[in-house]
Design a protein around this ligand. Structure first.
Ligand code: SAM
Length: 229
């Protein structure tokens, strides 16, 4: 039932964690993890009523109302202090949206900074990594996978008091993915090379040249060429 993408996300949830799955849609991920006894408890958060109702149904169908609480809430507002959440998963959204959810949660005190974060952005991975590093997280693990001709990345981050420094290039590609240089990773960046070359061409056609943007894309193109070399 579970997509291989969500299965891979689930593998990164620590055994025994009290999980908040934000943007849970049908609550497939927490249902799967509780049924296979990887976790004892989860909150499934949804901001839209339709998916919230689907999550409720899914949990009831499996008789898991005592272990999975479904809440209609925006982002990390689904988490209550008494839940004692120690892991948060946010999957299947853009990286900027995931970042905003984390940032708002931090400002509202729902993100304590002690949670393991399991994140699967569909796009905008670098934006998310930048937020993580600026907020004292360490990138513990990364994965890249292909499903239905789409390539997805998973980022696992843990709070850290080590003074880590990541280069701009590492945050762009993902420090761990960059080291591994897997086949799927190379495929992704081969595609991105073509995309960025097209973007650069478009940018240089503009009446008033967006010089900063051009410089940024050129720098990224150089990194991509280095990685593919
Ligand atoms: N996490 C599931 C997955 O990876 O398959 C569902 C992904 S679905 C594409 C994204 C879900 O996030 C939608 O159901 C949407 O309603 C929900 N969502 C978007 N913004 C949200 C927010 N601020 N708080 C809670 N849920 C949100």
């Amino acid at each position: 039932v579970l997509s291989s993408r969500l299965m891979q996300v689930g593998k990164q949830v620590p055994l025994g964690a009290r999980l908040a799955d934000i943007g849970s849609d049908h609550a497939y991920l927490p249902t799967y993890l509780v049924l296979k006894q990887q976790i004892p408890f989860a909150v499934a958060g949804e901001v839209v009523r339709g998916p919230y109702e689907s999550a409720k149904k899914q949990v009831a169908k499996n008789g898991l109302e005592n272990q999975i609480i479904v809440r209609l809430a925006d982002g990390l507002a689904a988490i209550h202090a008494e839940d004692q959440i120690d892991a948060i998963s946010i999957a299947g959204m853009g990286g900027a949206l995931i970042r905003n959810i984390l940032e708002n949660g931090k400002q509202q005190g729902q993100l304590t900074g002690n949670e393991t974060l399991i994140l699967q952005p569909n796009v905008g991975e670098a934006t998310l990594r930048n937020w993580l590093i600026r907020n004292d997280y360490e990138i513990r693990h990364e994965e890249i996978l292909e499903e239905n001709q789409k390539i997805y990345e998973i980022i696992v981050a843990i709070p850290s008091d080590r003074n880590l420094s990541y280069s701009k290039k590492e945050l762009f590609f993902g420090p761990i993915l960059l080291k591994e240089r897997s086949l799927i990773f190379l495929q992704k960046w081969q595609k991105e090379l073509t995309n960025k070359q097209r973007v650069l061409k478009e940018l240089t056609k503009a009446q008033e040249l967006p010089l900063e943007k051009i410089a940024e894309v050129k720098e990224q193109l150089q990194w991509i060429e280095e990685v593919l070399a």
